[in-house]
Design a protein around this ligand. Structure first.
Ligand code: AHM
Ligand code: MG
Length: 311
């Protein structure tokens, strides 16, 4: 859909700009449609109990398990996802992606009417929100010059490339390991004056080549987390959206952006921190909660953690 969107009238805002998600962001047509496609595809696996999405106000109980023969006691997984991350870029043909995480969920939430939930029903659904340390799988799909599918099930990171000639994802990047030190940082540098002093001073050192590694850093920033994280995993680097004066929790969402990507990053031998906390250990209190993030090559992220510790 993304690839053909310029030809099929799927560019631009949903409902001519009238569709706003719970976070106050205008939804693009593709945000809405990719969310629907994912919901439907996940539902048809028959293994899904609850899902939470960037484009849904609250966690959603996958309906009619009781009556639908496809659903049985194996419907025990919770899927969290951002259906089209970086969608502000999509009309210009810049890479976008889908981010997902999978949790196990023992308790069954029976929701009678999802548009009018009782407090208990809502509590049950919110209880499905777990810290990243409980993820049993996570990954992303990157829609770029190739379509990549990169995932972990807790034993390393594996990258697949879609071979359109045969319609299959082919293992192209077995056991991805991020280089331990790097020369690339990837932040929205326009926010730098607003960053916390330890963050700012470390990046200033990297610019000058006076940081711990002595490397003179270069800057790469697409503004699409999936693309920036993909490059960071393969080439090494530090990607982030740190806390700033205006946005204490940065911009990225914990549940379906921060935690799944942090799980991948750690599985590839890298680190992911808020500056003061391991991102994977943060227990979400709400679906769309934001979290400051600095992730990537181990030694460089450690330098940021040390700078916060010493501050
Ligand atoms: P989105 O989920 O609404 O697309 O926002 C997330 C995106 C990330 O892909 C990217 O890292 C970040 O927002 C870029 O933000 P900014 O434009 O402030 O640099
Ligand atoms: Mg996003």
């Amino acid at each position: 859909m993304v690839k053909r969107s310029q030809l099929t009238g799927l560019t631009g805002l949903a409902e001519g700009g009238g569709s706003i998600n719970i976070q106050g962001e205008e939804q693009k047509q593709l945000d809405v449609m990719t969310n629907e496609v994912l919901k439907r595809a996940l539902r048809f696996t028959g293994k899904l109990g609850v899902l939470a999405s960037e484009e849904e106000d609250v966690p959603v109980d996958v309906p009619s398990r009781k009556t639908d023969v496809m659903f049985d006691e194996t419907s025990k997984y919770v899927a969290v996802f951002d259906p089209l991350d970086g969608s502000s870029n999509v009309d210009a043909g810049i890479p976008t992606g889908t981010i997902f995480g999978i949790f196990e969920h023992e308790e069954e939430c029976v929701v009678e009417n999802s548009s009018d939930m009782t407090e208990d029903e809502m509590k049950c659904l919110v209880n499905t929100l777990k810290p990243g340390t409980d993820l049993i799988a996570s990954g992303y799909c990157l829609y770029s010059s190739s379509c990549f599918f990169v995932m972990t099930i807790g034993n390393g990171v594996y990258g697949f490339t879609l071979d359109e000639n045969i319609g299959e994802f082919v293992l192209s990047h077995p056991n991805i390991k991020i280089p331990p030190t790097s020369k690339i940082y990837s932040f929205n540098e326009a926010n730098m004056p607003q960053w916390d002093p330890p963050m700012r001073s470390t990046v200033e050192k990297w610019r000058l080549g006076t940081g711990a590694s002595g490397n003179q850093f270069s800057s790469r920033y697409i503004g699409s987390m999936v693309g920036d994280v993909h490059r960071t995993l393969l080439y090494g680097g530090v990607f982030g959206y740190p806390s700033d004066k205006k946005n204490k929790n940065g911009k990225l969402r914990l549940l379906y952006e921060g935690a799944p990507m942090s799980y991948l990053m750690e599985q590839a031998g890298g680190l992911s921190t808020t500056g003061t906390e391991r991102v994977l250990e943060i227990v979400p209190e709400e679906v769309h909660q934001r979290v400051p993030i600095v992730m990537g090559s181990r030694d460089d992220v450690q330098e940021i953690i040390d700078a916060y510790k010493n501050a």
